[in-house]
Design a protein around this ligand. Structure first.
Ligand SMILES: Cc1cc2nc3c(=O)[nH]c(=O)nc-3n(C[C@H](O)[C@H](O)[C@H](O)COP(=O)(O)OP(=O)(O)OC[C@H]3O[C@@H](n4cnc5c(N)ncnc54)[C@H](O)[C@@H]3O)c2cc1C
Length: 424
């Protein structure tokens, strides 16, 4: 059965695309300038609205790209294997680069109201006194706090603001791609001019470009959200234990607390119960947090990584974890997915209708950043483990004692998003 690429009357959709295109100051100026310059922009709107983009995967990257592509004027369809659009998960940190990408699609303010700014935190080496860290220096001008937010809230902001003219097909598990046709396991089909793989670390779309798969890094991550804590508000902190654990906890709105624990493991999934006593021994506060968190809500996730995919394809592009699954050492995977989304949409718009060129431009813009994050995350994550107990102690000491000026230089380079002038 073929699924039509749109579920609304063409006219409505076209009017909405035009309205959206003209709602951006930049586009409006271009459009009115072009009236005198030979209707160039009109032709461009026509071209974009005739181009159908199918996005596989409705995670943070897929939905952000859906917004960006729609705002550019493309016809957009999102397909998702799950029965409903939702995000399971605990908390997440969104740094300046991610916030800037959200700003480009008009969602920064909405997301900020749902999370909590995270200006500073304490770093403990288990058993030693804390060192205070300022997170704002990890931004372009040294004054932007990252945000801690529940994943469901970030996802909610992206989902709730999706235009009704974006087609969404749920329970559509992509089985394979033949040319421009996407075929689901249940036999449904969609045709698209451009296919975006936003289908996560174990991407099916990626198989069209490479047969590489992510490697398990012999670490797992437990994550949870503990209910509101009594007493004075908690300050975010990370506790490093020289043998096994990196435990972080961060305040959320309404005094809830997001926490995670990264720990060595030979196998990709383990029961939290087996680690409870060991983790509880890190500090009384941590013992309280994990005690208060309902067992059933604690998630276990394998830590995986894969070298970024920089192979180009004429009409297929990858964003987010599909392109570059990496260790979560810097809390940047979703931020990079947000960046990818707006850079890719911008390239497609700028180079339309030469989409192969647009995809090449996207990859060449992004690959340096993907590779450097991949390496840094590895160094801060399992890179230290590869060098044994001494290597881990050294990595912890480096994190604790890097002077502020060095962190600030690093922050300016890494957490700022160079394409921050993209607006749709
Ligand atoms: C422990 C941990 C902590 C992290 N903390 C942070 C953090 O603090 N900050 C940060 O920025 N990042 C963080 N990350 C990284 C972040 O979670 C990911 O990089 C991000 O969620 C990736 O989003 P995505 O949209 O690319 O993929 P996903 O969120 O994986 O979405 C993929 C979507 O594709 C769908 N899909 C898959 N296959 C198919 C198919 N065949 N057909 C149809 N649909 C399909 C899936 O159902 C899913 O909805 C962390 C990661 C981990 C593991």
């Amino acid at each position: 059965m073929k699924v039509p690429p749109q579920n609304k009357a063409n006219n409505d959709e076209f009017v909405s695309v035009i309205r959206n295109y003209l709602s951006s100051d930049l586009n409006r100026n271009r459009y009115f300038m072009s009236i005198t310059a030979g209707f160039d922009s009109y032709a461009r709107v026509m071209t974009l609205s005739e181009t159908h983009i199918a996005i596989v995967g409705s995670g943070i990257g897929g939905l952000a790209f859906a917004h960006a592509a729609y705002l550019c004027g493309f016809r957009v369809t999102v397909i998702e294997q799950a029965e409903i659009l939702s995000e399971i998960g605990s908390g997440i940190s969104i740094w300046e680069n991610g916030l800037e990408a959200l700003e480009a699609i008009g969602l920064r303010a909405e997301v900020e109201t749902r999370g909590l700014a995270w200006p500073h935190y304490e770093m403990h080496r288990a058993g030693k006194s804390p060192i205070m860290r300022n997170n704002q220096i990890l931004s372009r001008r040294g004054n932007v706090s990252p945000l801690i937010i529940k994943r469901g809230e970030l996802f909610g902001a992206l989902k709730d603001k999706l235009s009704q003219y974006i087609n969404i097909f749920t329970s559509f598990k992509l089985d394979h791609i033949e040319g421009h046709t996407l075929r689901a396991q249940d036999g449904r089909e969609i045709e698209a001019d451009i296919i975006i793989g936003a289908d996560g670390a174990h991407s099916r779309v990626r198989q069209e470009l490479t047969d590489r798969v992510p490697r398990f890094c012999n670490q797992i991550c437990f994550r949870g959200i503990s209910p509101p804590q009594n007493g004075s508000p908690i300050r975010g902190a990370e506790v490093y234990d020289k043998h096994r654990h990196r435990f972080g906890y961060f305040p959320l709105p309404d005094n809830e607390v997001y926490w995670f624990d990264i720990v060595d493991s030979e196998i990709p999934r383990q029961s939290f119960e087996d680690f409870q006593t060991e983790i509880g021994g890190l500090s009384p506060r941590i013992a309280q947090l994990i005690h208060d968190t309902p067992d059933a809500s604690i998630l276990c996730h394998p830590i995986e990584e894969m070298k970024p995919v920089i192979a180009a394809h004429n009409h297929i592009a990858l964003i987010g974890d599909a392109a570059h699954p990496m260790q979560p050492s810097l809390g940047q995977g979703a931020c990079l997915a947000l960046e990818d989304a707006i850079v890719l949409a911008d390239c497609l718009k700028r180079h339309a209708p030469d989409y192969p060129k647009a995809i090449r431009a996207y990859i060449s813009t992004r690959k340096g950043r993907w590779n450097s994050y991949y390496k840094m995350c590895r160094q801060l994550g399992t890179g230290a483990l590869d060098k044994g107990d001494f290597g881990r102690k050294l990595a912890i000491a480096r994190m604790a004692h890097t002077p502020n000026w060095a962190l600030s230089l690093f922050g300016r380079k890494i957490f700022a998003f160079k394409q921050n002038d993209i607006r749709f």
